[in-house]
Design a protein around this ligand. Structure first.
Ligand code: ADP
Ligand code: ADP
Ligand code: MG
Length: 443
């Protein structure tokens, strides 16, 4: 691999360009009208304008991206996260153009991108799944399935993602009411109206396992992350390792993720997401077939460069280490610094980033694609930066996060900085006693 096109923007584009350069690979950036001045554009060896500001006309325009890769002589395309990263059609177009997609096979993306199909794969791998149903088409079917599964249930779009396409139903009446709306929403948002049901697991934590698999039969995990602090079913704070996990549970959940990756012939970096109940039972919810937003916390506690491994795997090389080489060292926390209004259900608040003072010092890593003076665009997601703090143990990591937050200043747009300052002092967060609806209960 000599040159990789990075089909993304913001901090993840910067992250991939850095990994490419470290591996001696040239990096090509892409940008829309709105992003001509992006930091990733400056860092790359070349940059291609791919279209207008609306995502549909640029970062979601697969033809423009493939054309940019071909015209710049790139041999590979890294999709980052979001946008086209989990669209099997995009991976296929890249392959058809004779280029390498940095990610798993088209058929794997297809199967795991359908959450109902992914549940089937988990069952075959002997990985416990949340009690649930196959896709349901009619209200009668849904009500019968829900009575089997047990209320309350969640209606989930099989093709959903990014916290979208999930609705609760507590009774048969409520289910009858929300099913048609869920189907319509799934059709317009994901172009697929397939809905299935899962029992809503109350009081559980979101624990996910990072896996890496190469094309030579090696499948490893780099331990788990706890991402229970969520708003709108999307993560706001993540930790590695999961606090308070019994060693035996850690082993079982990490093994389960590796077993699933093996079962589906996985190649690449991926994340297997679970819900973990207070008594140590866990259930598979979905697999994300891409690099994840919160990957840095795993990197700093295992000393594995996940993006570098993605590039190695895509180049056909074996992983640079074995499972036995991976151990947990210390603890890390990631705080998502978003342009959002915490007083208005964390709705995005785009605008001019007039000031961005970033913290530093031992155990502090900031991943961002922006500098003061940049615009947080209404066209894309609201993340400004990821603040990753780590240390020899969880208390040190959290203390460093508090100090880093006191140095971090964002002006021009409302942000989640003040929320993080407050949350880090909450007793449940200090002790690690949070669950997926904890934050919503506080707001
Ligand atoms: P992670 O799973 O890596 O923690 P998020 O759930 O925050 O990440 O999603 C990462 C990005 O990808 C966000 O910008 C989110 O909006 C976007 N995203 C993820 N899945 C989808 C999807 N199916 N459709 C649209 N956007 C998505
Ligand atoms: P997405 O593809 O949008 O990330 P997920 O299926 O991973 O969707 O669900 C998003 C979040 O919703 C999870 O992290 C968890 O907090 C919550 N959730 C998902 N399934 C369940 C469930 N069966 N019971 C309770 N909470 C759930
Ligand atoms: Mg998820």
């Amino acid at each position: 691999m000599r040159r990789v096109l990075v089909a993304n923007r913001g901090e993840i584009a910067v992250r991939v360009i850095r990994a490419a350069h470290a591996a001696g690979i040239e990096a090509v950036a892409v940008h829309s009208d709105a992003d001509a001045e992006g930091q990733w554009v400056r860092l790359a060896d070349a940059a291609v304008h791919i279209g207008k500001s609306a995502a549909a006309k640029s970062y979601l325009n697969s033809a423009a991206l493939v054309e940019a890769a071909v015209s710049t002589g790139s041999d590979a395309v890294h999709p980052g996260y979001g946008f086209l990263s989990e669209r099997p059609g995009f991976a296929k177009e890249i392959g058809d153009a004779g280029l390498t997609f940095v990610g798993p096979a088209v058929s794997t993306i297809e199967m795991m991108g359908d959450k109902a199909a992914a549940r089937g794969a988990a069952e075959r791998a002997d990985v416990p799944i949340v009690p649930g149903s196959p896709p349901v088409a009619t209200v009668d079917e849904a009500v019968a399935a829900a009575e089997d599964v047990g209320f309350p249930v969640l209606l989930k779009a099989a093709a959903g993602g990014g916290g979208r396409g999930i609705r609760p139903a507590h009774t048969a009446e409520e289910l009858a009411e929300v099913l048609p709306a869920a189907q319509a929403e799934a059709r317009s948002a994901f172009n697929d109206d397939s809905i299935y049901l899962e029992r809503a697991i109350v009081g559980a934590r979101h624990v996910e396992v990072q896996v890496l698999a190469d094309g030579h039969g090696n499948v490893v995990h780099t331990f788990e992350r706890d991402c229970s602090v969520q708003r709108r079913r999307q993560k706001l704070i993540e930790e590695a390792p999961a606090p308070g996990l019994a060693p035996e549970t850690r082993q079982r959940i990490n093994d389960a993720a590796v077993r699933l990756a093996r079962q589906v012939g996985y190649v690449g970096a991926g994340t297997v997401e679970f819900l973990l109940t207070p008594d140590g039972e866990f259930f598979f919810i979905e697999m994300n077939t891409r690099i994840q937003v919160e990957h840095p916390i795993s990197e700093v506690v295992t000393d594995v460069d996940l993006v570098a491994e993605q590039l190695r795997i895509a180049a056909g090389l074996p992983l640079s280490f074995d499972q036995d080489d991976v151990s947990l060292d210390g603890a890390a926390v990631e705080l998502r610094i978003n342009a959002e209004d915490p007083d208005n259900d964390f709705q995005p608040t785009p605008g001019n980033l007039s000031r961005l003072d970033l913290p530093g010092g031992p155990g502090v890593r900031v991943d961002t694609g922006f500098v003061a003076g940049d615009r947080i665009s209404p066209f894309y997601d609201s993340m400004i930066a990821k603040l990753i703090c780590f240390g020899p143990d969880r208390d040190v990591a959290l203390a460093r996060a508090r100090q880093a937050l006191s140095e971090l200043h964002v002006d021009g747009v409302p942000s989640t900085v003040a929320t993080h300052r407050r949350l880090l002092d909450e007793p449940e967060l200090r002790t690690g006693a949070v669950h997926t609806r904890w934050l919503e209960g506080l707001c």
